[in-house]
Design a protein around this ligand. Structure first.
Ligand code: AOF
Ligand code: ZN
Length: 375
């Protein structure tokens, strides 16, 4: 099953909104075939493994990280080919949450006389597909928030200079994260300050859809994002109000011509800091377009609006061993912030990793603990 989990990971970045799944076929104590779900719309892990067998898999054991499906989706049911090939026993890591499958896949195999064991390395399998489980259960994209800060909690100097807080190894890890999530979001402040590309610069990386929260539609047509929108999908979320003004319409048309998709989104009002896009509505619009996950890369305004709305599911905080000081130097989360420590957003299932002298702390945000912006 460990091998099957390793194989599953190879699908990362290519299968969204499907889960990553791996499969190993074992006969007489030898692995006779392996497979994984390589690309959304294409064959599932089990079918890939079974079609690649160079010897008859009849009577073999099949290890799979997700309950085999029993429905006709974009591909035929895996239970059918497992039964057809005469597999003797099936070992499953985790059950599916897709209501078309959940429990029914295992039942179909048992009904056909196959011995099925579930729950092997179950937690690992669930953790691997945290995005898939979350998206199916909530119908809302999984939100991961990433930032790099100095040891004194700043994401830039008071002048705005921010290159670089962390070293090359941490930055390579960020490109790995961009492969893991199907979209990447920045606020217009970050887009203007950094003129980023927001692509995935790793081997075989797939570029995530690039999103900008831009209530006033200020993204310049000569920005890198707009200029490369014909090659990498780029969606800019603005308000109806902006699109109704002559200036807004003109800006939208200029961006459209460059291939940018300008999408009207709800407005969360003007707070004590800045006007902003409604994060919950934005996620709803993404789900309509089958986007299962978002990596938020700042800045502080966007981070605050998602965190305050209780919509952040995972945080990646990179720490660079530097101190820049400055009362006006920006920190990762703006907004008003929690009034009491008891109202702080809290992380659980913490993992710590080191990249040269930088430290990455990541964890899931405990639910029901969003910071409250009221006193
Ligand atoms: C499996 N093995 O490798 C995967 C499964 O549209 P389709 O046909 O690709 O079906 C997608 C659903 O199939 C997905 O929501 C999940 O329930 C299951 N994914 N099942 O037996 C696999 N990727
Ligand atoms: Zn399947």
């Amino acid at each position: 099953m460990r091998r099957a989990l390793e194989l599953a990971k190879r699908g990362e970045g290519h299968v969204s909104p499907n889960p990553m799944v791996g499969c190993v076929v074992v006969k007489d104590g030898r692995i006779i075939s392996e497979g994984y779900h390589e690309k959304v719309g294409e064959y599932h892990a089990e079918r890939n493994a079974l079609l690649r067998c160079e010897e008859d898999p009849a009577g073999a054991d099949l290890y799979v990280t997700l309950e085999p499906c029993c429905h006709y989706g974009r591909t035929p049911p895996c239970t059918e080919i497992i039964i057809e090939k005469g597999i003797g026993r099936v070992f499953v890591a985790a059950l599916d949450v897709n209501p078309l499958v959940a429990g029914k896949g295992v039942q179909a195999l048992r009904d056909a006389g196959i011995e099925v064991t579930t729950g092997i390395l179950e937690q690992e399998a669930i953790d691997l597909n945290e995005v898939f489980y979350h998206y199916f259960e909530t119908h809302r994209p999984f939100v991961a928030m990433k930032y790099a800060m100095t040891l004194d909690g700043k994401i830039a100097c008071h002048t705005g200079d921010s290159q670089w807080i962390t070293g090359p190894q941490s930055r390579a890890c960020v490109h790995g994260l961009r492969k893991k999530y199907s979209s990447i979001l920045v606020g217009i402040g970050t887009a203007l300050a950094d003129d980023p590309m927001l692509n995935c610069r790793t081997d075989e990386g797939v570029d995530p859809v690039r999103l900008v929260a831009d209530s006033q539609l200020r993204l310049p047509p000569d920005s890198q994002l707009a200029q490369t929108a014909k090659d990498i999908p780029t969606w800019v979320f603005t308000t109806e109000e902006t699109l109704q003004s002559a200036k807004g319409r003109e800006r939208a048309e200029a961006l459209n011509r460059l291939g940018v998709d300008v999408i009207p989104c709800g407005y969360a009002g003007t707070t004590d800091y800045r006007s902003r896009i409604d994060p919950s509505h934005l996620l709803g619009l993404l789900a309509e377009r089958d986007i299962d996950s978002v990596l938020i890369e700042g800045g502080g305004t966007v981070n605050a609006s998602f965190l305050e709305a209780g919509l952040v599911d995972r945080v990646y905080a990179f720490l660079g061993p530097k101190l820049v000081g400055g009362a006006d130097s920006k920190s990762p989360v703006e907004g008003k912030g929690a009034a009491r420590m008891a109202d702080a957003a809290e992380l659980t299932n913490i993992e710590v990793e080191r990249f040269e002298d930088d430290i990455l702390i990541t964890g899931r945000v405990k639910k029901g603990g969003a910071p409250c912006s009221q006193d």
